[in-house]
Design a protein around this ligand. Structure first.
Ligand code: C5J
Length: 228
């Protein structure tokens, strides 16, 4: 059991019941020519999350914690992509259009892959999701039940979209969700700040907010995760 410093208050976590969930650290969101860029965003704004995610990933791997990576994307025939999502706005390239990293937000294309800095290794779980939330139309709930996970350390991009949606879904399903602030990022710094504030306001209405230094400090007090 560790005590993690967080807002609105410190939280005790049994690491054998905890998972690191890294949301959508994909080339489509973080690199030029992908989905994020097609919507007119400055993708360089997301890069601040990479180093803190790497730190968390290294700490989780060292302890043998369950690591889950998610990827947003659609089947090549777009059968899992609602027209209302595909046709929204006036992007330079729509979901499914051919861009410099292959078809935008399509599974199996180069842009859909996780950035090399955070590449999953053997034994880590990858959840492919068609929506913003990682529980919607995925096996995530079953995986967490099977692994007897109760606590989710959540990081990735973007703070107010896929991180927030996943945290809201997880919170409603009874998981303690701890958002790692510096390991998340948004194309809109103000949305990042407010999204984090929304999680921990009202006594932690959606969960807790901590940071990567606090997580690493707390994890270093534990030598290995007992998977009993
Ligand atoms: C978005 C995400 N922003 N991963 N997806 O469309 O946050």
């Amino acid at each position: 059991m560790i005590s993690l410093s967080a807002h609105p208050e410190a939280i005790d976590l049994d690491l054998s019941r905890s998972a690191l969930v890294i949301i959508d650290m994909q080339r489509d969101f973080l690199e030029p020519g992908g989905f994020g860029a097609s919507l007119g965003n400055d993708v360089s704004l997301l890069r601040s999350a990479i180093a803190p995610c790497q730190t968390l990933l290294a700490a989780a791997r060292a302890l043998g914690m369950l690591v889950i990576h998610t990827r947003e994307g659609h089947l090549p025939d777009l059968s899992d992509a609602p027209p209302a999502k595909v046709m929204r706005g006036k992007p330079e390239l729509r979901i499914g259009s051919l861009g410099p990293m292959g078809r935008i937000l399509i599974r199996g294309e180069p842009g859909h892959g996780i950035i090399p800095e955070l590449a999953p290794i053997k034994g880590e779980i990858i959840i492919d999701k068609p929506g913003k939330g990682a529980f919607y139309r995925t096996e995530l709930g079953d995986v967490l039940k099977e692994q007897r996970i109760e606590n989710l350390l959540v990081c990735g991009v973007t703070t107010e979209v896929c991180v927030h949606t996943t945290v809201r879904e997880g919170n409603d399903r009874g998981y303690r969700c701890i958002v790692i602030s510096d390991a998340c990022a948004s194309y809109f710094p103000e949305f990042h700040r407010v999204a984090l504030a929304m999680v921990s306001a009202q006594g932690g209405i959606f969960g807790w907010v901590s940071d990567s230094a606090a997580v690493v400090a707390a994890l270093s007090s534990e030598h290995s995760v007992s998977m009993s």
